[in-house]
Structure formats: structure tokens, C-alpha cells
Design a protein around this ligand. Structure first.
Ligand code: ADP
Ligand code: MN
Ligand code: MN
Ligand code: MN
Length: 369
């Protein structure tokens, strides 16, 4: 069986030892490579481009506004294509190191109105309105590694691996595929300043998870998007594709979600379980609004995943329970015992926009909108 990764990915085939020679060249003092990244018109994919700065930035508001051709990212007409990049957060760049930075941006149209896929704009307003509640989030980002032929990495080219069972948190060459990417990503996120809190192999082989959080307010969406950028960028070096599709393989294979753990200050204090129960009651009355916010296609992507099987609830019903992985909302057993903590919303899709998810949670549970 030919090794499709090496054969078909020019990125993986290029000599990384030669690259390392150049990447170790020092750059002039005071100069900085700033890679501006943003969400494109799909609401799922990330774009980026790099410029040189004559200073080393420490805060996002020191960075210049920039622009790009929105007609090439599904965000503008060709005749009126300049789209603006407003820097909102900066991180150390694990690819170019030194003083170089990743600059997360949100996007604005020619008329300075937010683009359709700029979900950060309203999320930031909602987080500001709810800031006294100190909303914390932790998102479990699941994803699937694909070979260049779009088959899951390490799967037989003309067949399937053995049934699910041995792969979750698995160890060993016949149980997990692509750990190099997982380890590189974990380290790169810590270097960049992302609050990555863990990782594990998932139930379907070639599927993995990492967690980011707890993060307060708008920083949840910011950090998750940057962690996704870092993951795509690392996998690119290995000639491997990262898919956030919520159901990459039909049949008896688990889908991929973005379980969203949520708490307010009141939930974290003694007796906070009452607040958690109140929030669950509000969530039960807003199921449809949340389903619409939990994937980029207003529920269409999650239809394939939230079937009521493979550790999911049905997309059509709301349910909640202690330690129940077949419910929409799970109260972790430890939180039920301590009578405080957080709830886990298991509905968001792996390709969700975390700004839309965290905004919906806060609107429903904190602002009573
Ligand atoms: P699971 O048991 O569902 O696999 P994980 O350990 O993968 O859970 O993820 C739990 C997530 O919950 C982590 O991202 C963690 O940061 C987050 N978390 C922990 N405590 C809180 C809290 N009080 N509020 C919000 N999120 C929290
Ligand atoms: Mn998890
Ligand atoms: Mn998981
Ligand atoms: Mn979970």
C-alpha cells in the first residue's frame, strides 16, 4: 500500500532539516513578523497573512488595522472587496518564535459593519453585559485527522479498522494514529499562551480531542479559534488534514463535538447546584435557539451527529442528567456530589463557532433574553 501522505502532500515531502537552517536565522532587532488571522466567509475556515512590524507589540490595540481581498474569502463582491482586519488579541507565534506574533482579528465590511461571519462582534457585547456573572467556559474540541485522500489517517485504504472499543484514550501503534500532531499542538498551544487544559484520543480511530479552558467571557472564543489555527498549521507541516466535520464517517463511528462546559460565579459557589438547575430549566425552554447557534449551518451539520446514538442526544429533544452522556446537558458527577460547579452542554458541533455558542449560553442563562 503506497504511503499516500508522503506521496501526495508536497508540504510533508519538503525537507524540514533544510527549512530549519533558514528558520534559525536571526531577524533584525526591533522587527517583528505579525501573522494576522481571521475567520473567512464559511464561518469555519481560517485565513492568515503576514506583515513586518517595526516594533514588538505587547497589546492588540498597538497593532495597525489591516485589510484583505474579501472577494477571495466569500466575504465581499469583487467590485467592493476591501475588508478590514481589526486586531483583537495577540499570541506568541510557535512557528516563527522570537518576538513574532499571531494576531487574531475580527472582520468588517467596506462600510465598517461587521461581516456576516463576524460572530465575535455581538458575543463581545453580550460578554460585557454579563461580566458581573463572571461566565467561565471550557470547550472540548474534537477533530479527525485525514490523509490527503480524505480518508481518516491510518485507516486501511480499501476497508475499515476494527469496531470502536480499543481506541478511546488508546496507546499503541494499532490503536491511535497521528499522535505526533497531537503532541506538537499541545506544546505549541502552551507556548503561544493558550489555556489548553488537556488532550485525549477519541472513540473513533484518528479522532482526537483537546480542551481549552476555563476561559472567562470573550477569551473562550478567541483562544479556541487560535488553537484551531495552530492545529491546521501543524498538520499542514505533516501533510495531514484536520477535519472539524461533526460526522466525518457514516455508520457505526462516533461523530465529533465541541462539548461546552459553562459556569457562572454563582454556580461555582457553595450550593451553586441550584443555579445550575435554574440554567438547565432556561436551556430546556430555548432548545431550538441553541441548536441553531451550535453549528455553522443552523443545525444542518448537527443533524448528522445528534442522532441519539454514539453518546449523543437526539437533535429534536432536550434532556439533562447527572453523568448522562446521552443527554443534551450533563451535570458532571463530581459537581452533583459537591453541589456546585458547572454544566456540560454536549450539543455544539465540532465545527461550531465558539463565539456563537458562548453568546447563546450567556443570553439564555445569564441575561434571560
Ligand atoms: P469530559 O469528562 O466531558 O470529557 P473534559 O475533562 O474533557 O470533560 O473537559 C472538561 C472541561 O471543563 C475542561 O475544558 C475544563 O477546563 C472545563 N471546566 C472545568 N471547570 C469548569 C468551570 N467551573 N466552568 C467552566 N468550565 C470548566
Ligand atoms: Mn472530554
Ligand atoms: Mn470527547
Ligand atoms: Mn465532554
Amino acid at each position: 500500500m503506497p504511503n499516500l501522505t508522503l506521496e501526495h502532500s508536497p508540504n510533508a515531502a519538503l525537507n524540514k532539516t533544510v527549512l530549519a537552517e533558514y528558520m534559525s536565522l536571526p531577524i533584525p532587532d526591533g522587527k517583528c513578523q505579525a501573522t494576522y488571522i481571521w475567520i473567512d466567509g464559511t464561518g469555519e475556515h481560517i485565513r492568515g497573512k503576514t506583515r513586518t512590524l517595526d516594533f514588538v507589540p505587547t497589546k492588540s490595540d498597538e497593532l495597525p488595522v489591516w485589510n484583505y481581498d474579501g472577494s477571495s474569502t466569500y466575504q465581499a463582491e469583487g467590485s467592493n472587496s476591501d475588508t478590514y482586519l481589526y486586531p483583537v488579541a495577540i499570541y506568541k507565534d510557535p512557528f516563527t518564535r522570537g518576538n513574532n506574533v499571531i494576531v487574531l482579528c475580527d472582520t468588517y465590511k467596506y462600510n465598517k459593519k461587521p461581516t456576516e461571519t463576524n460572530k465575535r462582534y455581538t458575543c463581545a457585547q453580550v460578554m460585557e453585559a454579563a461580566k458581573n456573572a463572571k461566565p467561565w467556559f471550557g470547550i472540548e474540541q474534537e477533530y479527525t485527522l485525514l490523509d490527503m485522500d480524505l480518508r481518516p489517517l491510518g485507516w486501511p485504504k480499501n476497508g475499515f479498522p476494527g469496531p470502536q472499543g480499543p481506541y478511546y484514550c488508546g496507546v499503541g501503534a494499532n490503536r491511535v494514529y497521528g499522535r505526533d500532531i497531537v503532541e506538537a499542538h499541545y506544546r505549541a498551544c502552551l507556548y503561544a499562551g493558550i489555556e489548553i487544559s488537556g488532550s485525549n484520543a477519541e472513540v473513533m480511530p484518528a479522532q482526537w480531542e483537546y480542551q481549552v479552558g476555563p476561559c472567562e467571557g470573550i477569551t473562550m472564543g478567541d483562544q479556541l479559534w487560535v488553537s484551531r489555527y495552530i492545529l491546521h498549521r501543524i498538520a499542514e507541516d505533516f501533510g495531514v488534514i484536520v477535519s472539524f466535520d461533526p460526522k466525518p464517517m457514516e455508520g457505526d463511528w462516533n461523530g465529533a463535538g465541541a462539548h461546552s462546559n459553562f459556569s457562572t460565579k454563582a454556580m461555582r459557589e457553595d450550593g451553586g447546584i441550584l443555579e445550575i438547575e435554574k440554567a438547565i430549566d432556561k436551556l430546556s425552554r430555548n432548545h431550538l435557539r441553541h441548536i441553531q447557534a451550535y453549528d455553522p449551518k443552523g443545525g444542518k451539520d448537527n443533524e448528522r451527529r445528534l442522532t441519539g446514538r454514539h453518546e449523543t442526544s437526539s437533535i429534536h429533544d432536550f434532556s439533562a442528567g447527572v453523568a448522562n452522556r446521552g443527554a443534551s446537558i450533563r451535570i458532571p458527577r463530581g459537581c452533583a456530589e459537591e453541589k456546585k460547579g458547572y454544566l456540560e452542554d454536549r450539543r455544539p458541533s465540532s465545527n461550531c463557532d465558539p463565539y456563537a455558542v458562548t453568546e447563546a449560553l450567556v443570553r439564555t442563562c445569564v441575561l434571560d433574553e
